[in-house]
Design a protein around this ligand. Structure first.
Ligand code: ADP
Length: 439
């Protein structure tokens, strides 16, 4: 009964935790990634200061004069082997000095190929630190303008600093994985704790529900006997009313009709209370469904005749399977009776019973008043009565909720199609299982 609420609570709990974790982790990740890149930029600028001073004084910068430990093959910026130190890997800084016209002011460092130089030429302008890729390596690049004083002549030059940041990106990638794993773990734990919390939160609700269900079941059960007695007595009185005035007979008929209605209501309430408490068991037995349907339609035909409604029946032969015959009779009768109640004189009701692959299907259609689209979703609710049926004294708004419960208890489904003013069609589908008992 409460499993939907339970899972909804658990899912909401997990969703809220996931959102909080995601916001928190994304904030931390963004902050750390900005910090790491800023650190790279800051250290690059600091390392570039002596280079800038050397270039300003018109000398060749030291990083150009002697590339640190060129253990990588010439022309490679270092890729996979992290142990090899290159100017573009880690702390060492790659430096290239350009003239404003895009030519090299000093010979290019040996670790750069001519295609690298061509690629870098596109960035020869003052640049704030930005990411580029050289030879599939992520590199942070900055270009600072500087005026070199060569023998009293001032020459505008551009000092380009390069640093391979694959290490930083790897760290960020690891951080991303840790973040995702943290979120997944957090959500998993929240899910597990959510189940325990939801179960605990539902304990008092479950208790209150059980008490309420028990009360309705007990009350309707207890009331059945006195109502049955009133019904029987009023029936007896009606049978011995020869000397009564018309007024008295009419009043007695009124009492009798109302007690009948009350007794029906109590039966409905008892059925629903038992279904809520899961104590209402179906008495499933192998049944000749074709015969059951035909029998019921024969009992129903006179009611249609009395209401001057045409009644068409089509029942396929030989349908049999495990159902609770009394309950299914109740389903069919409720649906047919509704069709009769809501269909005017000269209207038409049709009942068909056919077998699909492993199910039996009943279709009850009428040419009655039909149901509003807004009402369609509510007609299976308890005590729901459409506007048109409120004036109908025999309606209680419980018939379809009981029908739905019986059908679902059989593992089946019920669907309705209707158009206001045109009629309605109820389709009941019940899976068929054959049991080993005698029909
Ligand atoms: P009731 O006792 O009012 O018939 P039900 O649960 O059987 O209660 O039906 C609920 C409501 O669904 C009805 O009040 C009516 O508005 C609508 N309804 C059910 N069957 C039909 C039908 N065949 N045609 C039109 N309206 C229907």
């Amino acid at each position: 009964m409460f499993w939907r609420t339970r899972w909804r609570l658990v899912l909401w709990n997990s969703l809220v935790v996931a959102c909080i974790l995601a916001i928190f982790s994304i904030s931390i990740y963004s902050f750390l990634s900005v910090q790491l890149i800023n650190n790279v930029d800051r250290s690059m600028i600091v390392q570039l200061q002596p280079v800038l001073q050397t270039v300003q004084s018109g000398k060749k910068p030291p990083a150009l004069a002697e590339p640190p430990r060129p253990r990588v093959p010439r022309g490679r910026l270092l890729g996979q082997q992290r142990t090899v130190i290159s100017p573009l890997n880690g702390q060492p800084l790659g430096v290239i000095v350009w003239r404003r016209n895009g030519t090299l002011a000093f010979p290019a460092p040996k670790y750069l190929t001519s295609s690298d130089i061509r690629q870098l030429k596109a960035y020869v302008r003052p640049l704030r630190p930005e990411d580029i890729t050289i030879e599939q390596q992520p590199v942070r690049l900055v270009v600072i303008p500087v005026n070199a004083n060569v023998a009293g002549i001032v020459r505008p030059l551009l000092v380009m600093g390069l640093r391979n940041i694959s290490g930083v990106l790897e760290t960020l990638q690891e951080l991303r994985w840790i973040t995702f794993a943290g979120i997944a773990l957090g959500v998993g734990i929240a899910f597990a704790i959510g189940i325990i919390l939801a179960d605990r939160a539902l304990i008092p609700i479950r208790k209150a529900w059980d008490l309420q269900v028990q009360f309705v079941a007990d009350a309707s059960h207890e009331l059945r006997t006195p109502i049955a007695s009133i019904q029987a007595n009023s029936e007896w009185l009606i049978g011995h009313s020869e000397e009564w005035s018309d007024q008295q007979v009419q009043t007695m008929h009124g009492i009798f009709a109302e007690t009948k209605r009350l007794s029906r209501l109590l039966n409905f309430l008892l059925t629903l209370a038992r279904s809520d408490a899961n104590t209402s068991q179906l008495a499933i037995k192998n049944t000749d469904i074709s015969s059951l349907t035909k029998e019921l339609s024969e009992q129903f035909a006179p009611l249609c005749e009395a209401s001057e409604i045409q009644f068409h029946v089509h029942v396929a032969e030989g349908i049999a399977g495990g159902i609770d015959p009394d309950r299914i009779r109740q389903v069919l009768f409720n649906l047919l009776d509704n069709a009769r109640k809501f269909t005017a004189k000269n209207g038409r009701i049709a009942l068909s019973c056919t077998q699909t692959r492993r199910s039996v299907q009943w279709v009850i259609s009428d040419t009655g008043i039909g149901i509003n689209p807004t009402e369609l979703t509510r007609i299976f609710d308890r005590f729901y009565q459409g506007d048109s049926s409120r004036s109908n004294a025999s309606g209680m708004g419980l018939g379809l909720s009981i029908v739905k419960w019986i059908v679902e208890a059989h593992g089946g489904s019920i669907h309705v199609r209707s158009q206001k003013g045109q009629g309605s069609q109820f389709t009941v589908l019940i899976p068929l299982h054959i049991y080993n008992q005698e029909p």
